[in-house]
Design a protein around this ligand. Sequence first.
Ligand SMILES: [Mn+2]
Length: 315
Amino acid sequence: MFRLIDEKIRSYETIIIHRHKNPDMDAIGSQVGLFYLIKDNFPEKTVYLVGDTNKFDRENMMTEIADQVYNESLVFIVDVAVKELVSDQRYNLAKEIIIIDHHENLSNIDRATTFIDTRYSSATEYLTTIFKSLDYSFSPQAASYLFAGLITDTGRFMWMKNPKNVFLTAAFLIENGAETKEFYDWLYTEPLEVKKMKNYFQAKYVYEDNIAYLKNDATVFEKFDVDFFTVSRGMVNLASGIEEIKIWLNFTYNKANNTVVGEFRSRDINIVDVAKEFGGGGHANACGATLKDFKEADLVIKRYKELLKEKEYAR
Ligand SMILES: [Mn+2]
């Protein structure tokens, strides 16, 4: 069934690889990993990587290409299947499109051939399984990028849909030269300024009735020169891993549209329905909502306190 992927790679001279905007390590890992898989096995082919970039693009692999390059090209889209989320919308100019993804969403990119399998915990686990079955050779570079996506999307082997395949994939990639020590060091090291900033937010968390919450008004961005997501998403899990705390919430003022964005997390209580009450959504234990103001944030806190009470009564 993966034979088609191999046939398409063989039949095109130019291949362009896309992935989602605001990439995480799995998006970059699957994009760059696929780049090496193709280049290592077919050195004569021209392969381009496109999209917005950030620290996960560790070797600045993204390139600027002209629209005409797409005319005779095959495009791969990895780690995403939804139109709006793809970085660089020009994939539509390509002759053919193949999507390889592991997310729940159905694809709305009509003319693409899709390989979407939600049994994989990361796009790189899926890609490795596919190209291993196609007998491609894996260079240490390919293996390293694929391994990086595998460990970050599973939270260092914590959240796995199919643990056996995850570990088999990890073993296979290490056998093929995946480099781990240097990558782990890079992943776990941060500048002193960032550590200090985290300590600041950590100390500001309020702990009440088995709930932790943090409110960040506009002044935090005067204090720290960081972007919105660094505070909103980056600081929510500072309150995780506390025995008594069942739900932790981070509310951050977003100057871009004068709203307050709430990020909500829990270990095992389903908290997404409350997020939906406030027009938000997400996963059962990790969700969020965009709120009018901090008054509405107080209502969210109140609702989660009620939810915990209900749960306790139900026990
Ligand atoms: Mn992913």
